[in-house]
Design a protein around this ligand. Sequence first.
Ligand code: CDP
Ligand code: MG
Length: 134
Amino acid sequence: MATNRTFTMIKPDAVENGHIGGILSMITEAGFRIVSLKLTQLTTADAKAFYAVHSERPFYGELVEFMSRGPIVAAILEKDNAVEEFRKLIGATNPADAVEGTIRKKYATSVGENAVHGSDSDENAKIEGDFFFN
Ligand code: CDP
Ligand code: MG
């Protein structure tokens, strides 16, 4: 059964470029309720742990460096079928493939620096939310 919660981060590129407000607006206008929210910064160790599933991928080192280079906004969001609905709202990993109206289409600059994270399953939404809010 679909849960009604997902987890997101506004990534360092989008924070650096002044897009916290724009992205939160898109999220709330799409009908998500913000349950928890904070501005924080990942240590290298935090970023390694958060993305441990990608540790064998060629982009892992770059991803860890990127995600820990500046502040991020972490949030837990609520909506019916939140995980799937939010993945639709953020769009494809590569902004070149993201459709009009998605957050990544509007704010992502590359496949690596793609503005937002969205959990990919109910199970990971819970794990990732607990990583930041406990
Ligand atoms: O974030 P999403 O679930 O759409 O993609 P992912 O496949 O789980 O990859 C996690 C993150 O790694 C992406 O959001 C990108 O920031 C980064 N990545 C990358 O730098 N280069 C790739 N070829 C794929 C992903
Ligand atoms: Mg993913």
